[in-house]
Design a protein around this ligand. Structure first.
Ligand code: NI
Length: 394
């Protein structure tokens, strides 16, 4: 009975495919950056209200939630989509490319928003199949790792038993999905580093303290924290993303500024790294007579799926897409603030294929100026999200 109801969701989602495509294109043309998603939030709120749902707004920025109660009592699960765009100049030739210079939905959060609305529409027509309730979470500010934390602080997970979410993946053909038990995505930390020396003429370094040479030594030494101090079985990435110092070819500057990011799959490695970096930075700076200040921010934890919920998602994928279209996801050190929800309630995050069906065309990756999705993924995403709810509460 429930299995048939779940299998029926994909045809039902295809019947509203045009509406989902139009919604996604409207959002795509009007991208809004993190914490600026006011119009996107207005659009989502109006559509949800059109389904007869009560919407709570302004949660964690422009985030909103709507609760969809089934006809009978039972567990409470949450489905989450993110809404923000990126500060990227779109370089696609799409007829519905971004209207806004320098802003682009280059991570497909426009599609995630449309999919969750599609799921809401499917579920609102099937309340009689739900014993329990579904909280729809439209989150702001995923790209700056701020939205999930803010929503949790404002209590969106209170009373929620499980949470589910997906991210599109343009390197996986539409119609396929990828799951993984345990750690799926890495933790995300960022740091800023200032190194002070004593500036002067480039021809008389002995009367200066050169922060550029110290910065160079620090950059090289930091890699040894990864290669010599962490087990090779614990993946860690430490990347310096920017380095700024000096303004002229013949002047030793006073200071150098660096920024970087650290990613790992291990909670204990994540916790240990700031002290390791601090030690290497301070002592290397001192060796070069410089002073250094490290400002370190732990942004999001490792995204770790819970076994029962992965199994539940896999069962739903098998019913809707078919077992042949489910693959095991490779772990990645990119981050996703869905991990914050998973620290509080059990759940599963998975990849939904959004690439060319054949794989023959080249797909641009997430955050690329030429990134685009195969819109066939919209009904797959909507039906999977609705199916997860019906499968759990059916
Ligand atoms: Ni994203």
């Amino acid at each position: 009975m429930t299995n048939k109801a779940i299998r029926d969701l994909l045809p039902a989602a295809r019947a509203i495919e045009r509406e989902l495509i139009e919604l996604r294109r409207k959002l795509h043309q009007n991208p809004e950056l993190s914490l600026e998603e006011e119009e996107t939030s207005n659009t989502a709120a109006e559509l949800l209200q059109g389904l007869g749902l009560e919407v709570q707004r302004g949660i964690g920025g422009h985030g909103l939630i709507a609760d969809l109660a089934g006809d009978r009592p039972g567990p409470r699960i949450a489905l989450r989509a993110d809404m923000d765009a990126l500060p990227i100049q779109e370089e696609t030739d799409l007829p519905y490319a971004s209207f806004i210079p320098g802003k682009m939905h280059a991570c497909g959060h426009d599609a995630h928003t449309a999919m969750l609305y599609g799921a809401a529409k499917l579920l609102s027509e099937r309340k009689n199949q739900l014993a329990g309730s579904v909280r729809l979470i439209f989150q702001s500010a995923e790209e700056i790792n701020a939205g999930a934390k803010a929503m949790v602080e404002q209590g969106v997970l209170e009373g929620i038993d499980e949470i589910y979410g997906l991210h599109n993946l343009p390197t996986l053909p539409a119609g396929k999905a990828a799951t993984r038990y345990g750690a799926l995505m890495g933790s995300v930390d960022r740091f800023e580093l200032t190194i002070w020396g004593k500036g002067g003429h480039g021809a008389i370094p002995d009367q200066c303290v050169d922060p550029i040479v110290a910065a160079s030594a620090i950059i090289m030494s930091l890699q040894s924290a990864v290669s010599r101090e962490i087990s090779p079985f614990d993946p860690v990435v430490l990347s310096i993303g920017s380095i700024h110092g000096g303004a002229s070819y013949n002047v030793i500057p006073n200071q150098v500024e660096l920024t970087g990011t650290v990613r790992t799959f291990s909670r204990s490695v994540q916790m240990d790294l700031p002290a390791r970096l601090q030690r290497i930075i301070n002592q290397t700076a001192e060796a070069y007579r410089c002073k250094a200040e490290l400002r370190y921010t732990q942004q999001v934890p490792v995204l770790t799926n819970h076994d029962d919920q992965v199994q539940h998602v896999e069962g739903t994928i098998d019913l809707i897409l078919g077992r042949d279209n489910r693959i095991e996801a490779a772990p990645v050190l990119a981050g996703e603030d869905f991990s914050v929800y998973l620290q509080h309630v059990k759940g599963c995050f998975f990849w939904l294929g959004s690439g060319p069906a054949t794989g023959a065309e080249q797909a641009y990756g997430l955050h690329h100026p030429k990134y685009s999705i195969n819109e066939d993924c919209l009904p797959f995403g909507a039906s999977l999200l609705a199916g997860i709810a019906i499968n759990r509460l059916g």
